[in-house]
Design a protein around this ligand. Structure first.
Ligand code: DLZ
Length: 159
């Protein structure tokens, strides 16, 4: 089933704007790459299924989720980029590193979106363990990369 017809039950996917002329940047964290690659694939395919041209989707990798804010800013500041999707997966460990990273990324991406007045989407999983991540990267809870792409498209409809 194409992503355009997937049932993303968290929100409506009807009446999406035309994105055939829009350029997107997808920034992908390399930490937990099994998960982030699946999220990327979901986001990429959903953009294409909803009318984006493959050549208008740029991908850039960053080492970890903490670097997503800077990576997103690099692309958000380019006039030709309509929206940025930041993809990461921060799995809870024995320490509170995940809290620090998650808060930093959420705040950083928000700042970039407001500074450049364009959608910057939080496609970051914050699971307690690997299984929860797998469940949300093409598993029983779907693929949150798909949702991130639909979110970007919907936000473009506001402009
Ligand atoms: C250091 C670190 C740890 C412990 N865990 C994760 C993680 O689960 N997911 C992730 O995307 N990145 C992790 N990182 C790396 C940080 O995001 C960052 O790359 C480093 O702290 C260097 O700034």
């Amino acid at each position: 089933m194409s992503s355009a017809h997937k049932n993303l039950s968290v929100f409506s996917t009807t009446g999406l704007p035309d994105i055939s002329q829009k350029k997107f940047a997808i920034i992908v964290a390399e930490w937990n790459s099994e998960i982030t690659e699946a999220l990327f694939e979901g986001a990429y395919q959903t953009l294409v299924d909803n009318g984006a041209k493959a050549e208008n989707i740029i991908r850039a990798n960053v080492p970890g989720s903490f670097e997503l804010s800077f990576g997103s800013q690099v692309f958000a500041q380019k006039p030709e980029i309509a929206a940025v999707i930041a993809i990461g997966c921060v799995i809870q460990g024995e320490t509170k590193h995940n809290d620090y990273i998650n808060h930093a990324v959420a705040g950083g991406l928000t700042e970039v979106a407001l500074k450049y007045n364009k959608p910057v989407i939080f496609g970051v999983l914050t699971p307690n363990n690997q299984q929860q991540a797998l469940d949300r990267a093409g598993g029983i809870h779907g693929n949150k990369g798909d949702e991130a792409a639909i979110t970007a498209i919907k936000m473009l409809g506001l402009q």
